[in-house]
Design a protein around this ligand. Sequence first.
Ligand code: SF4
Length: 694
Amino acid sequence: VAAMGTPERSVITTCAYCGVGCSFKAEMQGDELVRMTPWKHGKANRGHSCVKGRFAYGYANHTDRILNPMIRDTIDEPWREVSWEEALGFAAKRMRGLQEKYGKKSIGVITSSRCTNEETYLVQKLTRAVFHNNNTDTCARVCHSPTGYGLGQTYGTSAGTQDFDSVEHTDVAMIIGANPTDGHPVFASRLKKRLRAGAKLIVVDPRRIDMVKSAHISAQHHLPLRPGTNVAVVSALAHVIVTEKLYDEAFIRERCDWNEFQEYAEFISQDRHSPEQTESLTGVPSAELRAAARTYATGGNGAIYYGLGVTEHSQGSTTVMGIANLAMLTGNIGRRGVGVNPLRGQNNVQGSCDMGSFPHELPGYRHVKHPDVRAMFEEVWGVPIDPEPGLRIPNMLDAAVEGTFKGLYCQGEDILQSDPDTHHVAAGLAAMECVIVHDLFLNETANYAHVFLPGSSFLEKDGTFTNAERRINRVREVMKPKNGYADWEITQMLANAMGANWTYTHPSQIMDEIAATTPSFANVTYELLEERGSVQWPCNEEHPEGTPLMHVDGFVRGKGRFVVTEYIATDEKSGPRFPLLLTTGRILSQYNVGAQTRRTDNVIWHQEDVLEIHPHDAESRGVNEGDWIKLASRAGETTLRATLTDRVSPGVVYTTFHHPVTQANVITTDFSDWATNCPEYKVTAVQVSPSNGP
Ligand code: SF4
């Protein structure tokens, strides 16, 4: 818990945990941070915060932090502390050597949605302008890459359509595959307030999330679908809306492609999509599905909020497009209280994607194949840009195992813990000849690294994060970097060690370059952010005040596009050996793999992962409350304690993924979204059996 005392000065900055992007006053006594106070003028949080933003910043001072660069020739050797100059020289020589020996596409980069926009922009520039390839990817690959694809296809851009304030005008909130109470607590409070005021609630989730239990909700539907059947459920909702003629014909005729709508309507009207015919597949009672569809279509302003329970599936992109179809069908786009809103898990998932960290897109979601876009960046950067898309994270690991991908710069991301099929990730890393890990701590991935570059915490740097409502918030230096350099400086030093001549002296100059090259950021400057506090993109000549609501007069792509969304069952099936379906989620007090929250001096952060199992399934296996159990899948097994609950249906089990000992990703499969390779974390066939413990 923060020390109390009267602050001598304070600095306004932004929380580095979830995609709500709460603003805080960091209150200082001398060089010591004594308190984080939610800032009442913060437009995303209006003076509110959750426990993580307020208290879980102690990791920045944790003794586990590595403050000096380290190198080693092989991963079997102990680390040697060296100067920055020696570490960067070692890294640059190895990476250049690999390119000379194996080709310029033999190395690449993985960046993190925890980093600032400016850092991310520099990392993708390093890849394209210094490595001379497009092998850059981001941890958004494993969370919201289907949002990028799905909303790009249907609406023309990868972004939530609303601001958070919009929820105050919502009459029906549909939450699909998200648990805002734990994942996005400050937004959840606003949503609950609206529900208490009479808005209706539809929850589509295998698990009875807390929001379902919220008191004072006038009407609610919980559709407890079987994991992996999102597309079938969304199609059944659309079937009811189309066949009962509950759609908004005027909106569709004016704003969407009418021919595509007719094709879609013909498809979705088929009986095989009806709630009755899909009930046995989805596990959702048909009457509930029909009632929920009618509530969404006729209940006034309908807003959809969704999370990783939508995206982390083999049909993640298809479900996103199905959701986009639902909003267009009902005219729930382009005004307050409606829309399609991906709830971003990490602080800067939106910004990481905006900044061109995908291997096929330059900043501003422009494909690398477009000669005019490349020509513009080539002029600014002074180097040619490869027109071929680069490798995604899973492709990098596959290529490493095959022997063609040899070097990786991994910034702010612990892929050994956070990516699927841990054994395969380890094999890929072990096969590389140069792994550079740039992080606060010696994470699990660093076990396979040859160079360790100590990173700076969010308290030690200037920059910007972009939250789930496209709001660009300033991050400000509260204290000097303990390692000597902010992360953007380290990337610049690595680029220069490899022959570049970058001369940025402040992140504001990087933002100026982003604005000069990215139309949706054209008017964004640090001066504007000082003046306004924050601004939502697009912020340019057309939208000088920024853009709280998107697609008001027309979709970014022109006409909204209905996409036919065929349900295809995942290859991950339950059966006699693995009869239960495992799905995963978050708890409020932890954050992802726990690298920060577990290093905060507060006992609640040390909560362990547990398996939620229905009492019927527990009884038939001889499992009692609190027992150790073995959780096994085709990929591997782990051990954790069981808790018995009817929050999950029989046949479904659930766990969080925060604790490193549990290593939930040891048991997840390597199935992934057909369009983006986002891993199918949310469906794993498993068996549960009693165990004596780890
Ligand atoms: Fe930080 Fe999210 Fe909590 Fe706000 S809601 S304080 S952004 S973790």
